[in-house]
Design a binder for this molecule. Structure first.
Ligand code: FAD
Length: 373
């Protein structure tokens, strides 16, 4: 059987794999292997599509910041900003005020609002139970499809190849390169990038590398129609500060998520009816409009490392095996900086992330605490 050779094989055609592919193809011959028939079928195609600078731990906030210039000026990827004005409004009941203070303590660019002000911004909110609110004007919508397709076009224009319907089932190291089997084909390259999303630990196991204890967590969403009297187009994303539900305007309707984070095995996710119903009930208690009809619902997997920071860098125990995983609920907004950082670590060039951030996302942070199984 003939082997298709390249410099780098990227496993996974979500936003992580495709953005890294575009960056790496500048200097290398790169092939992306994607199990599904289309790019972005799993987490990437199911996101809430929002950029929130203050979302996540301190490491993520630094990566969010480093991504913003590319999202607003995506040269080569798209001809105008991938972001659009949205804003984020977080409301707190009396009991949630400590959570609101904790969020605000490490955040920048927030305005404080009263319950009445919050309800003026989103007129369906019940003002009475709101003891405090914060508004982040810099939160913006992301056009995820344009972003993914733009990166894919850039990748192909740099000579890269995407192979879909190519589920990787075997990985071996031989003669200084990785031999990767996908379908009937065999691919060879000295470097592989593991951008397998929820499946990244399984891919590491195939390659004989230590797993990162990545945990996929299911998150669901539903599209609700509101009556014509509600013009949602200028409403911000709004939700409870303790992340028990959130809602985001979506083409004249509302996307509502129970903000569920149930640990599950990697799979093609779908919503659990009970989890969705309970989440919609929490949303319904905060607003004046009853939930009458769900137009559509879906779920996706947000995959976290134990410390909730991404895992980006070479595996210390497997030569040429590069991790690009564990992006959790931030993988779209962090993709520009993480793909640039990954390309600089693999091919050299300008590094966009500071040394302490690179250390905080390096796979070797887990090697002291784990033994091989
Ligand atoms: C409901 C929801 C809301 C979200 N909202 C946001 C948000 O507002 N903003 C934000 O930034 N992020 C958000 N996220 C998170 C974001 O979607 C993810 O972090 C991001 O999409 C992860 O990208 P990825 O490329 O790592 O994973 P994926 O998109 O899942 O891609 C991984 C790919 O690897 C492929 N693969 C796996 N195993 C193999 C194999 N053996 N061989 C070949 N291919 C393989 C899979 O088929 C898949 O296509 C949200 C996620 C969910 C579920």
């Amino acid at each position: 059987m003939t082997k298709v050779s390249s410099d780098i094989i990227i496993i996974g055609g979500g936003i992580a794999g495709i953005s890294a592919a575009a960056e790496l193809a500048r200097h290398a011959n790169v092939i992306v292997l994607e199990a599904e028939a289309q790019l972005g079928y799993h987490a990437t195609g199911r996101s809430a599509a929002i950029y929130i600078r203050n979302y996540g731990n301190a490491v993520l906030r630094a990566i969010n910041d480093a991504s913003e210039p590319t999202l607003t000026n995506p040269q080569g990827i798209f001809d105008h900003s991938l972001l659009s004005p949205r804003g984020e409004l977080l409301i707190a009941s009396e009991e949630e005020l400590p959570t609101l203070e904790a969020y605000a303590a490490d955040a920048t660019g927030l305005d404080r609002l009263t319950g009445a002000e919050a309800a003026r911004m989103v007129p369906i909110l019940r003002a009475g139970p709101i003891a405090g609110a914060i508004y982040e004007d810099s939160a913006q919508g992301i056009d995820v499809d344009l972003m993914l397709q733009g990166y894919a076009r850039l990748f192909k224009s740099r000579g890269g190849r995407v192979i879909t319907n190519a589920r990787v089932t075997n990985i071996e190291r031989s003669g200084g390169e990785w031999i990767v089997s996908a379908g009937a084909e065999t691919y060879g390259a000295p470097t592989i990038v593991n951008a397998g999303g929820a499946w990244a630990d399984q891919i590491a196991a195939l390659a004989g590398a230590l797993q990162m204890k990545l945990q996929p967590m299911r998150r669901s969403a539903a599209i609700l129609a509101l009556g014509p009297e509600h013009d949602v187009s200028r409403w911000p994303l709004f939700g409870s500060v303790s992340e028990t539900w959130y809602a985001k305007p979506d083409a004249g309707r509302l996307m509502v998520s129970p903000a569920d984070q149930d640990p599950v095995a990697p799979h093609d996710a779908w919503p659990d009816d009970m989890v969705l119903a309970e989440g919609l009930d929490r949303y319904e208690q905060a607003v004046t409009v009853p939930v009458t009809r769900i137009q559509r619902s879906w779920a996706g997997l947000r995959t976290f490392a134990p410390d909730k920071s991404p895992v980006v860098g070479y595996a210390p125990d497997a030569e040429g095996f590069f991790w690009l995983a564990g992006q959790g609920g931030y993988g779209v907004q962090t993709a520009p900086a993480l793909s640039q950082a990954a390309a600089a670590l693999i091919s050299g060039g300008v590094q966009v992330l500071a040394p302490d951030i690179l250390a905080a996302i390096a796979p070797d942070r887990f090697y002291q605490t784990q033994t091989r199984s």
